[in-house]
Design a binder for this molecule. Sequence first.
Ligand SMILES: Cc1ncc(C[n+]2csc(CCOP(=O)(O)OP(=O)(O)O)c2C)c(N)n1
Ligand SMILES: [Mg+2]
Length: 323
Amino acid sequence: MEKKEHLELYQQMVVIRLVEERAAELYQQGKIGGFLHLYIGQEAVSTGLISARKPQDRVITAYRDHGVAINCGLSANEVIAELLGKATGCSGGKGGSMHMADVNKNFWGGHAIVGAHLPLAAGLALGDLYQKQDGVTICMFGDGATNIGYFHEALNLSKVWNLPVLWVCENNHYGMGTAVDRASAVSEISQKAIGYGMKSAQIDGMDLMKVREKSLEIIEEIRNGSGPQFLEIMTYRFRGHSMGDPERYRQQDEVRKWQLNDPIGIYRQFLESGSIASDEELDKIDTKAKAIVDEAVRFAEASPEPGPEELFRHIYVEEPAGE
Ligand SMILES: Cc1ncc(C[n+]2csc(CCOP(=O)(O)OP(=O)(O)O)c2C)c(N)n1
Ligand SMILES: [Mg+2]
C-alpha cells in the first residue's frame, strides 16, 4: 500500500470520529431529530473493509451508518447536513441519521429495521449475477441482526443461488441493551454460517490492517465465483446504543478496557512504528480533519431545509419526462 493511501485511511477514521463527536453535541442541542447511533470505536471495521472494495462493489448497512457513508466517499458536509435534516444532505434531508445513501457511490444505505436490508443485499447481488456484472455486494449488520428471520432467509437463498455477497457481522458484543450470549443461542456468530454451507472467518475489528487484508482476500474470492462468504468482525461501541442509553447492561470497566484498544490509536501506532508516517504528519491530518468537520457543521447549519414540495417526491419511482 502506498503511503498516500495509508494517510487517506487514517484521515477517514479521524473524520468519522470527529463527525460522531459533533453529532452527539448537535443532538444534545436539539438540532437532530429521531434516533442517533454513533460509530465511535468501530471505525476500523468499515474503513478497513470498504478500503478493500472496487467501485463496482456495492455497500449496504444498518442504521449505524455515518462512518460507512464517509468510507464510501460521501463528504462530511452531506453527512452532517443530512443529520440536521437539510436539503443539502445526502438524502435531501428526508432520511436523517439512519438513512444515509448515495447509489452513485454504490452506497445503498442506511436501513433502520434490524435485518431488513439483508434480503435487499441478496437482491442486489442477484441483479449483478443476472446481468453478468463482476460486483460483490458487501452487506454489514450487527450481532443482534443474526437473530432475525431475514438473516436466515437471506443467507439461505444467497447460498442456494451462489450469490456474490459478503455477509459482514459487526459483532460489537451488544444489541440495543442485550449481550450477545443472552440473545443468541450460538454466541460464536461466525458458526451460524456453517448452517448455510458457507465459508466463514472471525477477525479482530480494532486493527484496520487486519480487517483490510482479510477483506481483500475474501472479496476477490467471491468475485472469482466462490459464492457467498461470511465474516465476523469483533469490535466494540464505546458509546451507548443510541443517545440517552443508561448503559445498565455493562460495566464501565469493560468500556475502559476496550478504549485502550482504540482503533485510531492502533493504526497510528502501526504507521509510526513502521516509519510510514511521523507524529507531526499525523498531527497535521488531525488538524485538517478538524477543519473539514468544522466546515461541515457550518455548511449544514447554513443550509436550507427541504421545501414543502419535497413531501411528495421520492414516494414512488418517477418516470423520466417524456416517456
Ligand atoms: C425489526 C426490529 N426490531 C427491533 C428494532 C429496535 N432495535 C434497534 S437497534 C436494535 C439492536 C440491534 O443490535 P445489533 O444488530 O447488534 O446492532 P448494533 O446496534 O449493535 O450496531 C434493536 C433491537 C428494530 N429497529 N427493528
Ligand atoms: Mg451489536
